[in-house]
Design a binder for this molecule. Structure first.
Ligand code: UDP
Length: 238
């Protein structure tokens, strides 16, 4: 597989073309941003943790029947994935109240819900990723009704698989963000990443935060938190 020109540079990843028009290489950076890019920094080793953790979880999801963009890990920071047309929706599943949910509805963090919730944001940095509902997504032509239904089913299934796995390593899956893409015109696959950047992960006993909230909230210990997740999954730190 030959790595060719850079196609795109995002906040946490770069994307490169390859000699196959259907495949791209994702390269994970240590750069961290929060609050729509207003807060910037780096978390040493984050790129390696996110690449390896995301690939591990994508493989687990593939085995459970979820189609994903993952093809193969090339090295500690780079992965070969299917080229997709990203659907401009951030799909957020929550099991426990935290973050913008707690703020918006005026409730404490840490309330365990009777059943998981789903919400959609329109992925648009200029607008600050506004919250929308299914009907708005269809009205804005971001996705069709069948796509929204499929994405919703996939997202709740993914939650069950991930929640059960994280429980085995003593981690509570509080909430997380997913992105989906289309391959070959219409087939929907899970894309982007699943990592401590995109999930809230709390230690099951102490409820200590093992995710990007440590960076967002200036708590410190973010390198250790990312490494702790790596250690619990792989038995090694980076
Ligand atoms: N999230 C994300 N990218 C975003 C917004 C949210 O990965 O642009 C993740 C975040 O890490 C958390 C979940 O989605 O696990 C829910 O985030 P929330 O809506 O509470 O927003 P936040 O409080 O992070 O602004």
């Amino acid at each position: 597989m030959e790595k060719r020109e850079q196609l795109y540079e995002g906040k946490a990843k770069k994307v490169y073309a390859t000699d196959d028009s259907q495949m791209v290489i994702v390269s994970y950076k240590d750069d961290a941003t929060a609050f729509n890019g207003q807060k910037k920094g780096t978390i040493a080793g984050k790129g390696v943790v996110n690449n390896r953790v995301s690939n591990f979880l994508m493989q687990m999801l593939t085995e459970s029947g979820v189609p994903t963009h993952y093809i193969r890990e090339l090295n500690d920071r780079e992965t070969l994935v299917k080229k997709v047309e990203i659907i401009p929706l951030e799909v957020i599943i929550r099991n426990i109240s935290a973050g913008s949910f707690a703020k918006r509805y005026g409730v404490d963090e840490g309330i365990v819900f009777a059943q998981p919730t789903i919400e959609f944001s329109y992925k648009n940095d200029d607008l600050g990723d506004p919250l929308i509902n299914e009907y708005h997504a269809i009205a804005l032509n971001l996705a069709g009704p069948n796509e929204i239904a499929r994405i919703t089913d996939m997202a709740f299934h993914i939650n069950e698989v991930l929640k059960a796995y994280f429980a085995t390593i003593n981690v509570e899956l509080v909430d997380f963000k997913l992105e989906f893409g289309r391959v070959m015109g219409d087939y929907i696959v899970l894309a982007d990443e699943i990592s401590p950047d995109t999930c809230r992960l709390w230690d099951a006993i102490t409820h200590e935060k093992l995710d990007k909230d440590r960076f967002r909230r200036d708590m410190g210990g973010e390198v250790e938190a990312y490494n702790e997740i790596m250690y619990r999954i792989f038995g090694e730190k980076c």
